[in-house]
Write a protein that binds this ligand. Structure first.
Ligand SMILES: O=P(O)(O)O[C@@H]1[C@@H](OP(=O)(O)O)[C@H](OP(=O)(O)O)[C@H](O)[C@H](OP(=O)(O)O)[C@H]1OP(=O)(O)O
Ligand SMILES: Nc1ncnc2c1ncn2[C@@H]1O[C@H](COP(=O)(O)OP(=O)(O)OP(=O)(O)O)[C@@H](O)[C@H]1O
Length: 444
C-alpha cells in the first residue's frame, strides 16, 4: 500500500498502567461475542510488558477529523468472482453469477427468516446480485430507489470501471447506512468527528452501542451482531436528494483519485488464486493421497476441519516477506490480469493458506474519506437546520485505508465452513425462488 493512503502512525512510549486502565475501561465497548469468538489476536499487551512501567504503542492519526469535517467510512468487501475452473459443479452455478457479499447477505436473510423472531423484525428480503461476466460486469441487480428499508450494494458495481455503476454502488452504500440506522458496517457517516445516524442524531461515538440503544428503542437488544442483523423498520431523516447525490459523486471522485479500488481488488485477487473452496479441495486431496487412498467422487461433508492444525500457525516474518516479494513481482509484471490459477499448482498448501489470509485482509479492510470543512453552518452539538454540505469549495478529500491487521490463520476452517454455507444457501434460495415462480406460473 502506498504510504499516502495509510494513516500516519507514530510510535510513542506510554505508561503501562494507563494502557491497562484504558483496556479495562473500554472492555465492555466491544461486543461480547467478538471478544469470546477469538477472531482477533489477543490484546497486544503481554503480561511481561505490564511488568515494566512503560510500553511502546502506536499512535494513529484521527481520520474522522474535527469541527466542520465530514467523513465517510466504507467497507467495500470482495470485488471479484472466483476462477470458475476450480469450483465444484454445484457451487459454480451460483458462484459464477453471485458475488460473495450478496450471497452472504442472502444467507443472513435466510438465517433471520428461520429464526423465531427474525421475520417480524425484518420485513424486507435483500436482493441478490446477478452478474453476467465479471468483465462485462452486467450486474443485474433489481434496483430499489423508493424504499430505503433494503439495499443492494454489490461490490462488483463499486469495483467496476463504469462510473455509473460506481455511483450506483455508493448510493446503495448510503442506502445501507439508512436501512441499518447507521449501524451497518458497509458505510458510516461522521460529522465533526461524531457518528451520525439517518435521523440526523449525532452520537459521541458509534462504539457506544448503549447510547444508541437508549435513544432508538427499535434497535434489537442483541447489539453485537453484524450489519444485516441490525435492519430495522426505523428510518429517520435523510440528506436531501441533491446533497446525497453530491456526496455520492464526491465519494466516487475521491476513490478514483486515489486509485485505491483497483489496488485493493488486485491484492484480493492476486493472493486468492484458487479460493477457499479450492484450498479445501486441495487439503482433502493431500489428506487422501498421504493416506494412500484415492479421492472419493463426492467431497465429504466434514467441513469444519478441512485444514489440519499443523497448517494454521500464524505467518512467520519469512513467509510474510515471501508474500511481499510475490506481490512486488506481480506488480513488476505490470499485468492487469491476476496470476493464472494453474501457476499455483506448484505452491504448497501452507503457502496458499498464508496467501489466502493476506487476501482476507484486503477483502475486509475499510476506507475513510474525509472532506475537510465540508459542513457549512454546522454546530457540533446539534444539526442546525440550515447546515449544508459543500464538497466543491473545500480542500481536497483525504482518503486512507484502515484495518489492515493480519487475520489469525486459525480462521481458515471458519472461512471454509462459511463459504460452504453461503453458496449452498444461495443455490437453495435460487431453486426455491425458481420453484415459487414456476408454481405461480402454473397455478390454475
Ligand atoms: O467473513 P465476513 O465477510 O463476514 O467478514 C467478517 C466481517 O463481517 P462483515 O461480513 O463485514 O459484516 C466482520 O465485521 P464486523 O465485525 O461484523 O463489523 C469482521 O470484520 C471480521 O473480521 P475480524 O474477525 O474482525 O478479523 C470479518 O471476518 P473475516 O472473514 O474477514 O475473517
Ligand atoms: N485512525 C482512525 N481514525 C478514526 N477512526 C478510526 C481510525 N481507525 C479506526 N477507526 C474507527 O474504529 C473502527 C474499528 O477500527 P478497526 O476496524 O481498524 O479495528 P478492529 O480491531 O478491526 O475492530 P473491529 O473488529 O470492530 O472491526 C473503524 O471501523 C473506524 O470507525
Amino acid at each position: 500500500m502506498p504510504h499516502d493512503i495509510l494513516p500516519a502512525e507514530n510510535r510513542v512510549i506510554v505508561s503501562a498502567n494507563w494502557i491497562q486502565s484504558l483496556l479495562v475501561d473500554s472492555a465492555n465497548l466491544r461486543p461480547a461475542s467478538r471478544v469470546s469468538s477469538g477472531s482477533h489476536h489477543s490484546i497486544p499487551v503481554s503480561t511481561n510488558t505490564l511488568d515494566s512501567d512503560v510500553i511502546e504503542v502506536s499512535l494513529v492519526e484521527n481520520l474522522l477529523g474535527g469541527e466542520g469535517d465530514l467523513a465517510v467510512e466504507i467497507k467495500p468487501k470482495c470485488g471479484f468472482l472466483p476462477s470458475l475452473r476450480l469450483l465444484s459443479d454445484e457451487s459454480r452455478i451460483v458462484k459464477s453469477r453471485r458475488c460473495r457479499l450478496c450471497m452472504h447477505r442472502l444467507l443472513r436473510a435466510t438465517d433471520r427468516r428461520r429464526s423465531p423472531s427474525g421475520s417480524a423484525r425484518n420485513p424486507t428480503e435483500p436482493v441478490l446480485c446477478k452478474v453476467g461476466t465479471e468483465e462485462s460486469g452486467a450486474c443485474n441487480n433489481q434496483r430499489h430507489h423508493s424504499g430505503r428499508l433494503s439495499w443492494d450494494y454489490c461490490p462488483l458495481d463499486l469495483y467496476s470501471s463504469d462510473r455509473q455503476r460506481r455511483i450506483h454502488a455508493v448510493e446503495e452504500l448510503y442506502a445501507s447506512w439508512q436501512a441499518t440506522s447507521g449501524e451497518g458496517n458497509n458505510m458510516r457517516l461522521f460529522v465533526s468527528g461524531k457518528a451520525m445516524r439517518p435521523t440526523g442524531t449525532i452520537f459521541d461515538t458509534i462504539l457506544d452501542k448503549n447510547s444508541i440503544d437508549s435513544v432508538e428503542p427499535t434497535i434489537t437488544e442483541n447489539s453485537d451482531d453484524t450489519a444485516c442483523d441490525k435492519m430495522t423498520e426505523t428510518i429517520g431523516m435523510e440528506l436531501p436528494d441533491d446533497m446525497r447525490d453530491q456526496l455520492c459523486a464526491a465519494i466516487v471522485d475521491a476513490l478514483d483519485d486515489a486509485h485505491v479500488l483497483p489496488l485493493l481488488k488486485a491484492l484480493q485477487q492476486e493472493f486468492d488464486p484458487i479460493g477457499i473452496e479450492g484450498l479445501g479441495q486441495r487439503a482433502r486431496e493431500e489428506d487422501h493421497y498421504s493416506k494412500g487412498g484415492t479421492m472419493p467422487a463426492e467431497p465429504d461433508q466434514a467441513i469444519n476441519n478441512v485444514f489440519p492444525e499443523s497448517l494454521l500457525a500464524d505467518p512467520s516474518p519469512t513467509e510474510l516477506e515471501a508474500a511481499k516479494q510475490f506481490w512486488l513481482a506481480s506488480v513488476a509484471r505490470a499485468s492487469t490480469l491476476p496470476v493464472e490459477p494453474d501457476t499455483f499448482k506448484t505452491k504448497d498448501l501452507r503457502t496458499l493458506l498464508v496467501f489466502h489470509g493476506i487476501s482476507a485482509i484486503f477483502k475486509d479492510c475499510s476506507i475513510i474519506i474525509r472532506f475537510p470543512g465540508a459542513l457549512r453552518g454546522h454546530q457540533s452539538s446539534s444539526l442546525d437546520p440550515s447546515w449544508a454540505i459543500d464538497l466543491v469549495n473545500g480542500p481536497k478529500a483525504i482518503l486512507k485505508v484502515i484495518d489492515l491487521d493480519l487475520k489469525p490463520m486459525r480462521k481458515a476452517n471458519k472461512w471454509y465452513g462459511l463459504d460452504d454455507r453461503i453458496w449452498r444457501n444461495a443455490l437453495q434460495e435460487e431453486q426455491r425462488r425458481d420453484c415459487e415462480m414456476l408454481q405461480r406460473r402454473c397455478a390454475p
